[in-house]
Design a protein. Structure first.
Length: 128
């Protein structure tokens, strides 16, 4: 899994990132390795502000491992391109939560996600 930042987020790394399991709101688009086949789009990555961000709980298996790992290292407002093999995209999801459009992903070899982390719910720090 590789992550390349396209648009900087707001805050300081890593203090303002959702490193711990938390609720994050994202927009993303998944494109097959051929660069042409859109496998899935959630929340309007292409700038459609009217689309509601997709909410996931990291660490709970609600999204593929490639997205789960990447959003933990993103700042609110950041947009990144995440490239993954099928192992961390298709194979990391249970069959009952796998998007229908992903059926050919294993054969495609890799997938590229454009991910925008809108915001996240900061966990309470009980140690302070």
């Amino acid at each position: 899994v590789t992550k390349r930042r396209e648009v900087d987020g707001v805050g300081h790394f890593p203090g303002d990132c959702p490193l711990e399991d938390s609720v994050v709101r994202v927009r993303y688009k998944a494109v097959a390795g051929d660069g042409c086949t859109i496998l899935e789009q959630r929340g309007g990555v292409d700038g459609d502000a009217a689309d509601t961000p997709f909410e996931i709980r990291t660490g709970m298996g609600e999204c593929c491992e490639a997205i789960d790992m990447s959003v933990r290292l993103m700042l609110p407002g950041e947009t990144s391109v995440v490239t993954s093999t099928a192992k961390y995209a298709y194979d990391s999801l249970a069959e009952d939560v796998r998007p229908a459009g992903w059926q050919g992903l294993r054969d495609a070899g890799r997938v590229t996600f454009t991910v925008q982390m809108v915001d996240f719910e900061k966990n309470v720090n009980w140690h302070n």
